[in-house]
Design a binder for this molecule. Structure first.
Ligand code: AMP
Ligand code: ZN
Length: 471
């Protein structure tokens, strides 16, 4: 059975869903005001590994919601600066997020709600109404606030000290620190130039925390849901406030388990725009790295440990993945029909050890070590000719089983089937090169050919035109 660290209890606990074989889980999705960076994707990859572990090792059906935060302080400012309507502005970042998620092999969640979807806005209005009825709110200046002193266990997730809490003093921004534990805003009164909704709490727009509570409760059924996940920075105030809203409104526990992923750092520094060390998935692939290797890297450190991204680490991830792929190719050369008892025992042992590692709070580092031990042992068996075709079948099945959970080899195979540069881009560049030659700008034409060659695409000029092929 899966043992999972629960932030709520600060202990590892046995995880089983409350409803038979169905796991109902929610993960806070991206705030869609910019392209998500690889730190964000560390969290999403780890949540994907949890999802796959539940499905493929646990045998559960998963119903997962991952939202798009498409209205908050940051998205509104972004849309205003870009001079486009909020929903159009966020749509662009949602598309980018979907593209990057696909490249990283994230399984699509069952639900991907946008906060501004009409049904979600309505659910937020209903949540505020329930909080009003239960006496948890007050209105000031047209905005509705959650009064934290009305909920005696406010602060249980973040383990807040009640001494420092300032009830009656309100905070309007979506993000604040533990030093500012105050009554937080549920619904913000309309300001000029800001998008406005009216769902029963006066004209205005939701606070960030309200959105997730409303979407989780609307989409995942009766509380408590089984599991709620996010990056470690969300424990306070975001998740603490999600608990306050949901439990204040429903009078039931909100989520049984809370899973938090530690942060990704870059070359030992916090990732930030000002340091210029914030990378996106396209930044990584533009440097010639595979998204599969990035996924490998992001899941290779245990999710509760801080992780440091380095380019050297990226190279190692490529190399590790190559070792597995080379080993799979080597298996093809086995011709003996005789299976070996020790080899098939090693494969069975690896299957058990892999499952044990993943069930031990998703110990991906140990699970990968199991794979590499098996690769080493079977490579030795190939050299010693103590492996036969039945073992090869069993080895492939075992690696496939591991990869259902880790999702790196299938991703790499899909990449291999694709040209390294999108076909439309190659064709556009061939057109540009042709135009450059026609105006006798041979330097530009050669530049295009070299740039493509560096990215693994060779151009061949024939009487009928230019054709391309992979290096
Ligand atoms: P945001 O778009 O800022 O709401 O963040 C989306 C997710 O990424 C949240 O679960 C964050 O906690 C998580 N996150 C943000 N920065 C990092 C980081 N450096 N490492 C890992 N996860 C992060
Ligand atoms: Zn959330």
């Amino acid at each position: 059975m899966l043992r999972l660290y629960n932030t709520l209890t600060r202990r590892e606990e046995e995880f089983a869903p409350s409803q038979d074989k169905l796991v109902r889980m929610y993960a806070c999705g991206p705030t869609v005001y910019a392209r998500a960076h690889i730190g964000n994707f560390r969290t999403f990859v780890c949540v994907d590994v949890l999802r796959r572990t539940l499905k493929y090792l646990g045998g559960y059906t998963v119903r997962e919601a991952v939202n798009y935060t498409d209205v908050d302080d940051k998205t509104i400012t972004g849309a205003q600066q870009a001079g486009v309507p909020l929903r159009d502005y966020t749509e662009e970042w949602i598309r980018a997020f979907r593209a990057d998620s696909e490249q990283l092999g994230l399984e699509p969640p069952e639900e991907t709600p946008r906060a501004t979807d009409e049904a979600n806005m309505r659910a937020m209005g209903e949540l505020i109404a329930a909080l009003n009825r239960n006496g948890h709110t007050y209105v000031r200046g047209g905005s509705t606030y959650f009064k934290i002193s009305t909920l005696p266990d406010y602060g249980k997730l973040a383990r807040l000290d009640h001494e420092g809490m300032k009830s009656g003093v309100s905070v309007d921004v979506d993000e604040y620190t533990k030093g500012d534990v105050r009554d937080f805003v549920l619904w913000k009164a309309s300001k000029a130039d800001e998008p406005t909704w009216d769902v029963g709490a006066g004209p205005g727009r939701p606070g960030w925390h309200l959105e997730c509570s409303a979407m989780a409760l609307r989409l995942l059924g009766e509380p408590p849901i089984d599991l709620h996940a996010g990056g470690i920075d969300l424990i306070f105030p975001h998740h603490e406030n999600e608990i306050a809203q949901s439990e204040g409104a429903t009078r039931h526990p909100f989520s049984r388990f809370w899973m938090h992923v530690e942060h990704l750092f870059v070359e030992n520094e916090k990732m930030s725009k000002s340091l210029g060390n914030m990378y996106t998935v396209p930044d990584i692939t533009a440097r010639g790295h595979r998204a599969s290797a990035l996924r490998y890297l992001l899941l290779s450190t245990h999710y509760r440990k801080q992780m440091n991204f380095t380019w050297a680490g990226m190279e190692q991830a490529e190399e590790s993945l190559r070792r597995i792929v080379d080993f799979l190719a080597r298996l093809d050369m086995v011709t003996s029909d005789e299976s070996s008892a020790s080899t098939s025992a090693a494969i069975e042992q690896a299957r058990t050890a892999f499952r044990d590692a993943m069930f031990s709070d998703l110990n991906t580092a140990a699970a990968l070590a199991v794979i590499f031990d098996l690769v080493r042992d079977l490579n030795a068996a190939i050299d010693a000719r103590t492996i036969g075709r039945p073992d090869v079948g069993a080895a492939r099945r075992a690696i496939d089983e591991f990869d259902c959970v880790l999702g790196v080899i299938a991703l790499r195979r899909a990449e291999d089937a694709q040209p390294p540069v999108p076909v439309e881009e190659i064709e556009r560049l061939i057109g540009e090169r042709k135009a450059a030659r026609q105006r006798r700008d041979f330097a530009a034409a050669d530049g295009i050919r070299h740039a493509l060659a560096e990215r693994g695409i060779l151009l061949e000029d024939n009487p009928g035109g230019t054709r391309w092929k992979r290096k």
